[in-house]
Design a protein around this ligand. Structure first.
Ligand code: ADP
Length: 373
């Protein structure tokens, strides 16, 4: 602004003190911008319409944004990449592990968060090293489990051939060896199941008839309990599910078997199936057993996490069951909810996502083909 303009508008000249303050402010602004620019994570500032307002150097390296095209919608500029599709369809808060648009050999973790009045901030972190380590861990577990499978089967086979009545003095040892080799086989099988689930992006979409499945689960529970528990089915819905029959059966069966194993004789077990007002459906297993205290609840689905290792081992557990349940539910976009009180029992609920819930088969709106159970 020229001095004459300033005079005309009667704007007083800034005092030396004000000028110094302004210089300091500008310097601070530059510092903040330089710091954001130098961050190793990609930072993109988006306006209300999704247009790019600013981005840092890492956004060029990871997302391929260039200074030459500062304007334009980010979705359009990333069209064709997985991140572009995610921005277009999901717009969820965060996504982990997707290829970097500028270099598909790099993996990104992306977060989109509201910023200021109507702005949004896209943050993308390079997690390639982490992702590689995770892959190494997955491969290692899968390979070790696979390699252990054959020798364990051979040992187990020979142990089965030995007749304890031939060597009565070794009968207890033989019994223990058989039990432990069976346990090892079960651990290996569960680890392999988990490895397979981890590498799958989706499971088969089949129509799962829940009414017969609930009856099968009740029969399985009766067989495991051998009359020690009261077992009932409470089904207020006849809805079916869209998902993998094999995996859903195995997940539900895991919860039922836990209820039997962690409920002392004389306890009650209720297998439930109901629909909620917002279209979800809930498969639940309620028991009057040992219960679990709050500090354990959040960690229960971690591999090998047990509230009591000795009780889990005694009851033939591998510590992998709930991990498998969680993975199966994730692959059905559904979730596991655990409510429990020590000494009073637990309820494990599989909350099945609304789009997975199908009407009963004889309902006018249902599809024609029968679903196997
Ligand atoms: P495990 O093979 O040891 O049963 P899971 O992954 O199925 O492994 O369960 C993890 C742990 O959660 C168990 O060791 C047990 O301590 C606890 N748990 C699972 N279900 C129940 C239940 N119904 N009641 C009490 N504790 C349970």
């Amino acid at each position: 602004m020229k001095a004459t303009d300033r005079d005309a508008k009667n704007v007083p000249l800034p005092s030396p003190d004000q000028r110094q303050k302004r210089r300091r402010l500008v310097a601070q602004l530059h510092d903040v911008r330089d710091a954001a620019g130098a961050l190793p994570d990609a930072v993109v500032l988006l306006d209300a319409r999704g247009n790019v307002r600013w981005f840092n150097a890492a956004a060029t390296r990871l997302l391929g944004l260039r200074e030459r095209h500062p304007e334009g919608s980010l979705t359009r500029r990333l069209a064709g990449s997985e991140l572009g599709t995610w921005l277009q369809t999901d717009m969820a808060e965060s996504a982990t592990d997707m290829p970097a648009p500028a270099d598909p050999s790099l993996r990104l973790s992306v977060t989109l968060m509201p910023f200021g009045a109507h702005l949004r901030l896209l943050l993308a972190r390079d997690i390639s090293t982490l992702s590689r380590l995770e892959q190494v861990r997955r491969d290692f577990v899968a390979n070790v489990s696979h390699e252990l499978r054959t020798p364990l089967t051979v040992i187990h086979g020979y142990l089965e051939l030995l007749d304890p009545t031939d060597v009565p003095e070794l009968a207890p040892v033989l019994g223990e060896m058989r039990m432990q080799s069976q346990r090892m086989r079960q651990i290996v099988e569960d680890l392999l199941t988990l490895s397979r689930l981890e590498t799958r992006e989706a499971l088969p979409d089949e129509e799962v008839a829940m009414v017969p499945l609930l009856e099968t689960l009740r029969r399985e529970a009766e067989a495991l309990s051998r009359g020690r528990h009261g077992i009932t089915v409470e089904a207020s819905s006849r809805a079916r599910l869209r998902g993998s029959i094999h995996h859903l059966h195995s997940a539900f069966s895991n919860l039922v078997s836990n209820a039997v194993r962690y409920t002392p004789s004389g306890g009650e077990i209720v297998i439930g199936w109901r629909q909620t007002a917002d279209g979800e459906a809930v498969f639940s297993v309620r028991d009057s057993g040992l219960g679990i205290s709050a500090e354990h609840l959040v960690r229960l689905t971690e591999r090998f996490y047990r509230v009591s290792s000795s009780r889990s081992r005694e009851s033939g557990g591998t510590g992998l069951g709930l991990s498998i349940v969680k993975h199966v539910l994730n692959l059905h976009q559904s979730r596991l909810v655990i409510e429990s009180e020590p000494g009073r029992g637990s309820t494990f609920s599989c909350v099945m996502e609304a789009s997975r819930v199908l009407p009963p088969e004889n309902d006018g709106s249902s599809r024609a083909e029968a679903s196997p159970d």
